[in-house]
Design a protein around this ligand. Structure first.
Ligand code: ZN
Length: 492
């Protein structure tokens, strides 16, 4: 039942620009999702898929053939072995089956769910163009303080808008257009801003939210949301954040709905002396402030989904490499690990370059050349943070040394799977959290392409067959949200 709210009021745009191109790609995938959802066979798993069931995928490839990422995907879909293609649909249909169950059996959505999932007029009235997040994070008090400036284009005239920020984080003030105070009210994890004057259609404005507080601590990162306040073996703070299901409003104010992403984002994180900080995008500057704390500035020059915005605070060793695409473009590859793991990482992370070549071959060029690619060691297993992939696989094969098949132990699952999300999840993003299957099923499919390319077709089939048990047909959690696996790790 919640899903119908998630599906309503989808935005389409014919305008050009990075955000619009991304929306067009994502909209095309959404069409595929809806076509598959209408197919009655989605209700039953384990059925052999007819060629008719595969048609939407092929149509999809045709429809998006002009996009830079889809040209090679389209070629790939045409030459795929039927069994491999069936897996894509199988995984996809599995997720739709869970959504369908939710639609039939769940209770009416709660107010909290509507505030989180619905595209209300207070959300659709504006289109985010940029975020400027500026935070000081203190590991000693496990607290944060700072602001986020939300710059937006107005879709229609309005004076009231919804922004999202969890209720445990107090707001001191909100400033409209860098000048006047704006009044606001809070309801659960939403916040309604009353602008001091009407924002007229097709104009550009900003609101800056100043806030502070003690953010939620993740109980079981990366699957639940929140901060991880950890230490390395030398006692240095090691602090990261994850929020794939809860959403980014668990730690910073934003329009927390997958349908809207900024065109770009500035991230400034200030940390205690002696610590490093790594965020998404390109490193801009490091400034030692008068009180000795250090401010790191990063800039994301592409649209970014809110839950992938991240920071990594710790004492890191850094090394780098360069990848050159088939057409000669250079991509910076930067790696940040705990100093004790430097030599292991230099060996293990060679797989990232192999991954890059294989995925570029099948899916088109890496989507974020301007911003580069990074792997950053983290205390949990991993997360697909855009251009700043969190890595916690202990430099082992498989999933921390485990795997459902022998071939699965031959490569580092986290490097391959989380990086696949750069294409499937970060470049092509769900417009609604109910469709997170787009990220995960195509991420899983990408693994099989990597195996096929590296170890051959037979091994790829064995790999796929060994993963069948991961396809679930259970009810959705959070009523309508596609469930990220909690029982079977490795599928975030
Ligand atoms: Zn994943």
């Amino acid at each position: 039942m919640v899903s119908k709210f998630y599906y309503e009021a989808k935005k389409r745009s014919s305008a050009r620009g990075p955000k619009q191109l991304k929306r067009q790609r994502t909209a095309a995938l959404q069409d595929l999702a809806e076509e598959v959802a209408r197919n009655p066979s989605r209700q039953r798993l384990g059925v052999r898929l007819s060629s008719a069931a595969l048609t939407p995928v092929r149509c999809q490839a045709e429809r998006v053939k002009n996009s830079r990422h889809s040209a090679s995907l389209n070629r790939r879909l045409r030459i795929l072995e039927p069994a491999v293609l069936a897996l894509v649909c199988f995984l996809s249909l599995a997720q739709f089956a869970t959504i369908s169950v939710g639609q039939q059996t769940s209770a009416p959505p709660t107010r909290a769910e509507i505030l989180k999932g619905a595209l209300t007029p207070e959300r659709t009235c504006y289109d985010v163009t940029s975020y400027n997040l500026d935070l000081r994070i203190d590991p000693a008090t496990k607290s944060l303080k700072g602001s986020n400036k939300i710059t937006f284009k107005t879709v229609n005239d309005f004076t009231r808008m919804q922004v999202d920020l969890w209720s445990n984080l107090p707001i001191s003030k909100i400033i409209f257009d860098d000048g006047k105070d704006a009044r606001f009210t809070r309801e659960l994890n939403a916040l309604f801003v009353e602008l001091p004057e009407q924002a007229r259609k097709e104009s550009v404005h900003s609101v800056t939210v100043f806030y502070s507080g003690v953010p939620v601590v993740a109980k079981r990162a990366p699957w639940d949301g929140g901060f991880t306040w950890d230490h390395d073996d030398e006692g240095n703070p090691w602090v990261v954040v994850t929020c794939p299901e809860t959403g980014a409003s668990i730690w910073w104010p934003n329009k927390d709905h997958a349908s809207d992403e900024p065109d770009n984002m500035a991230i400034s994180i200030t940390v205690p002396p002696g610590l490093d900080e790594i965020s998404n995008g390109r490193f801009k500057s490091k400034t030692v402030l008068p009180d000795g704390w250090v401010r790191y500035e990063w800039f994301v020059s592409y649209p970014i989904n809110n839950y992938c915005v991240t920071f990594n605070i710790g004492k890191y060793a850094h090394f780098s490499d360069e990848y050159i695409s088939a057409d000669g473009e250079k991509l910076s590859m930067d790696y940040y690990v705990l100093p004790k793991n430097l030599e292991k990482a230099k060996e293990q992370f060679k797989q990232a370059k192999t991954m890059m070549a294989i995925f570029e071959k099948y899916f088109g060029k890496y989507p974020f050349y301007r911003d580069g690619y990074k792997l950053v060691e983290c205390p949990h297993t991993g997360m697909e943070h855009q251009t700043c992939v969190a890595y916690g696989n202990h430099f082992l094969g498989g999933y921390r040394g485990r795997g459902s098949s022998a071939v699965g132990l031959k490569f580092d699952f986290i490097i391959i799977h989380e990086s696949a999300h750069e294409w499937w999840g970060n470049s092509v993003t769900m417009r609604d959290i109910a469709d997170m299957w787009i990220h995960e099923s195509f991420g899983a499919y990408a693994e099989s392409l990597f195996v096929e390319d590296q170890y051959g077709h037979d091994e790829a089939i064995k790999y796929i067959n060994a993963k069948k048990g991961n396809v679930r047909n259970g009810p959705p959690n959070h009523r309508g949200i596609w469930p990220l696996s909690k029982k079977r790790p490795g599928h975030v």
